[in-house]
Design a protein around this ligand. Structure first.
Ligand SMILES: *Cc1c(COP(=O)(O)O)cnc(C)c1O
Length: 359
């Protein structure tokens, strides 16, 4: 079977080696030495001053919203994973969906201003498939209207924009280190900010609001992560350059074999070192897309309709017209992409696609 993605697992011994210390000092969670070590290494790798390792990419968004004091309307994308929207609603905010750009699949900055109301407090945008949003334009609009910006950068590990980690953009950026992501800690995530006061707030919010043993800064949640997850993160970080390099090769192999096929790919933002984390392709119409999906599934290959349906159609949000997102969503597939995927498998997938497209 060829699924859309498979978690990367490092050599078992390397993981177990790190875990030995957990038995020695009986420290399993609560800001332990491995968590601290991972945070240190991630900062060094990403060349960032601040970040916090948290329990997953969803709680990361929730901690970001809570720490920025966002409680009302948030302008957001309909084309992302459900967690981008559900965390807004969970925090009591109202998602206001605007359409995406037809070429990048990211939020269309030209649609932001017309969606701003007296209740608008923030923009929550996803760098879809690791492709940076128009961050410069979004910053300009946010500054003009005094809005906060949060980036759901769940897909972005390794992506750089203008030579810096994409996690540097926004008041806060969030990442997911879930097992299915390019870089993972089994379950996990992170929040990023350049503001030390905001970092400190997110740190106490992550830990129940604790201010010492018996005092509290304010309302918090359990957003901590464990030594076991940190250990996986430390080992996996030593493979990250290999993972990124291989993704690029695999992506080029797909490009080459699909060069004659009628498929459209997202346009990657300028000034970007892309991480090639996913391989999304858009076909001519929904019917062809479903035929390709069926034909691949019959051979045990499982692409996924990322992202279908659009988030503005969820049953707990106010609907809005997002025709571009609906259109892309109806005819996009993410083709299999993971470290162990071979050239032969990529060739087989592309041949099956060509067979459907050619008849
Ligand atoms: C994976 C993902 C999340 C959620 O991350 P978890 O770590 O699974 O909670 C949020 N947003 C996007 C865009 C994602 O792909």
């Amino acid at each position: 079977m060829i699924p859309v993605t498979k978690p990367f697992l490092p050599p078992k011994e390397e993981y177990l080696d790190l875990i030995k210390g957990v038995w020695q000092n009986n420290w399993l969670t609560n800001n332990g030495p491995l968590v601290n070590n991972l945070e240190f290494r991630l900062k060094r790798y990403l060349n960032l001053k601040h970040l916090l390792f948290v329990s997953n990419g969803t709680i990361a968004i929730q901690i970001a919203l809570k720490s920025l004091g966002i409680t009302k309307e948030v302008i957001t994308t309909p084309f992302s994973y459900v967690a981008t929207t559900s965390s807004l609603v969970w925090e009591g905010c109202k998602p206001v969906f605007i359409d995406i750009d037809k070429d990048t699949f990211n939020i269309d900055p030209d649609k932001i201003e017309e969606a701003i109301s007296d209740d608008t407090e923030a923009i929550l945008a996803t760098h879809c498939f690791g492709n940076p949003c128009d961050v410069d334009k979004i910053r300009e609009i946010a500054e003009k209207h005094d809005l906060k910006v949060i980036y759901d950068a769940a897909h972005c590990f390794g992506t750089k924009y203008k030579g810096k980690s994409i996690f540097e953009w926004g008041d806060i950026s969030t990442a997911s280190f879930h097992a299915t992501k390019l870089y993972h800690t089994v379950e996990g995530g992170a929040v990023f900010t350049s503001d030390p006061a905001l970092l400190k707030q997110m740190a106490w919010r992550r830990n129940f609001g604790h201010k010492g043993m018996e005092d509290f800064y304010g309302v918090g949640i359990n957003g901590k992560n464990s030594e076991f997850h940190a250990a996986m993160g430390i080992v996996n970080l030593s493979y990250i350059d290999q993972l990124l390099e291989n993704r690029k090769k695999q992506s080029f192999a797909y490009d080459k074999m699909l060069s004659k096929a009628a498929v459209k790919k997202p346009r990657i933002a300028e000034h970007t070192a892309y991480n090639y984390s996913y391989y999304p392709v858009v076909f001519e119409n929904e019917q062809i897309t479903l035929r390709i999906m069926n034909s691949l599934e019959r051979k045990g290959i499982y692409p996924r309709r990322y992202f279908y349906p659009t988030l503005s159609s969820l049953n707990y949000v106010e609907h809005s017209e997002t025709p571009v997102a609906n259109d892309i969503s109806s005819r996009i597939l993410c083709l299999p992409m993971y470290h162990q995927l071979t050239d032969v498998e990529i060739e087989m997938i592309c041949r099956l696609i060509a067979m459907v497209l050619n008849n």
